[in-house]
Structures are given as C-alpha cells and as structure tokens.
Write a protein that binds this ligand. Structure first.
Ligand code: HPA
Length: 272
C-alpha cells in the first residue's frame, strides 16, 4: 500500500522520508532545483548537466508506478554545469488516475524536502491561440484550476499571487525573447475537453488547456518554492483544431519538438 493513502499519515513526513532515500541513493545530500518533465521535455535532462544517478521512482517511498506509456518513471540527480544539483522528475502522477491529490503532488513535496527552492513544471498541453502551432513552447503566466480540488488540506490559506514567478519568466525570456505566455487551465481529464469547454476556458481567460500542472504549482508554492511553468503546445485545443485529438498526435508532437525545447529548457536552467 502507498503510505500516502493512509488518511492519518502526514504527507510532509512521507516527503521527508522520500527525500532522505533520494539523498542516500544519489549520494547528493541537497538538491537546489527540481524539474518535472512532461510530454516532449525529456531531452532536457541530458542537456542540463551530468547525470549522477537514476532511480526508478516507484522504489522511493510514496511514488506511484507510471500509468502511461510515454511517461518515464525515473528520478534523476543531475550535476549542473555550475556545480548545483537538479532533481529531474520523470514520474508524474496525474489527478485523473484517481489516486488522490496527495499522490499527485508527492513529487513536488519531495523536491522541496530535498532542498530545492526552484520548481520547474513542464507539460504537453492544448493551445487555444490559433497561432500556437504544435511544437510551440509557452510560458505559463497564471492558472485556472478547474479540478475542484486542492493539494492544501485544512485552513491553509496560501497566497497565489505571482505563483508563476515573474522573475523566472524574465529569465526564460532572456533565453528566448520570442516566448509567448498564457494562462493554463487545468481540467480533470483524462478525456480531452469538448469544444464547448475549450470555448469556456477561452472566455474565462485561459490560453492553454491541460491535465497536470495547476495542482502541482499550488503545492510547490505551499512549500515555498519559486515556480516556473512551461507548456509545450502539442495540439490546438478541441474545436480550435478541426480534426479529432489523439494521444498519438500528442506524443508525436512532443517527440518532434524534443530537441528544440530540450535545448531551450537547458538554456533557461543555465541562467537560474
Ligand atoms: N487538452 C488537455 N490536455 C492535453 C491536451 C489538450 O488538448 N493536449 C495535451 N494534453
């Protein structure tokens, strides 16, 4: 049984336990920065520095088995070119898997417990702006959380102003001045949105639709990390694109964009 499924357990204690296992397995006592690599972003792990250790995530307390082909379930410790250490999380538990929000944000809480003060969250997502052709990377400027859930438990009133750090967004723009930004709307999934839902997302101020990042960003902020969010537009959102959406199309767009956005992310990490 996953210890996070015990409602009496303290998820932060479990994250601390996970972090101490990561320190022991990697020989790296403290990580400075953490990256969650979603669809298309995996190449960055090879470009940011030298991999010190790779751990199958499910061997670490609280982590779940990957649910999906195309999602790699590893944790990597990477020594950056400037000597800092990055924890690269290639094991995302999605809210739609139905294991509860504690499991969804465990990797983020573990990253904080390893010492990371910067959390880079990446994903593959649908684009609402028609100019964002598949393969376009977009900075997340803010989010709208339509999951009707939160990783925060009890009366935990966390401020989310500037959740997606304007300082880190400015650094990302130093790496690529042409980067657009937009508001990420998280739906529960796993179905893609209906065209009407996409129109709603647009009307309420959204530009990107996805199924992962908002809940993770909230948890990162609760753990006092600075957040940078990046979406790879893998497809235009339902109804904006005239053809039906498919997971294969999303994976292919991610695969095709991988070298370019991997290099972009490595460039950004080098400036943080
Ligand atoms: N919607 C939600 N999630 C996604 C999409 C989308 O269009 N594309 C990739 N992930």
């Amino acid at each position: 049984m996953n210890p996070l499924d015990d409602p009496m357990a303290d998820p932060f204690e479990i994250a601390k336990q996970a972090a101490s296992e990561i320190a022991e397995r990697t020989g790296v006592p403290k990580h400075d920065i953490a990256l969650t690599l979603g669809s298309g972003w995996g190449k960055a792990a090879d470009l940011i520095g030298e991999t010190v250790a790779t751990i199958p995530a499910q061997e670490i307390t609280g982590f779940s088995k990957p649910a999906l082909e195309g999602h790699v379930g590893t944790l990597r410790s990477v020594r950056l070119h400037d000597g800092k250490h990055a924890l690269v999380i290639g094991a995302r538990t999605h809210y739609y898997e139905g294991h509860g929000v504690r499991r969804v944000v465990h990797s983020v809480r573990t990253a904080a417990a390893t010492g990371a003060t910067v959390m880079i969250l990446t994903n593959g997502a649908g684009g609402i702006r028609e100019t964002w052709t598949p393969g376009t990377p977009v900075l997340i400027s803010d989010h709208i959380n339509l999951t009707a859930n939160s990783p925060l438990e009890g009366a935990t009133f966390v401020d989310l102003t500037d959740l997606y750090s304007s300082r880190l967004r400015a650094i990302a723009r130093e790496a690529d001045a042409s980067l657009d930004e937009g508001v990420y709307v998280q739906f529960r999934g796993p179905n893609y949105e209906t065209p009407a839902e996409v129109q709603m997302a647009k009307i309420i101020g959204g530009h990107i639709v996805g199924m992962s990042t908002a809940l993770e960003a909230i948890a990162a902020r609760q753990s006092r990390m600075e957040v940078l969010g990046l979406s790879l537009i893998t497809n235009l959102a339902a109804g904006i694109q005239k053809t039906p959406l498919s997971h294969e199309e999303v994976l292919k767009a991610g695969h095709d964009a991988e070298p370019v956005i991997g290099a972009l992310l490595a460039n950004i990490v080098g400036r943080i």
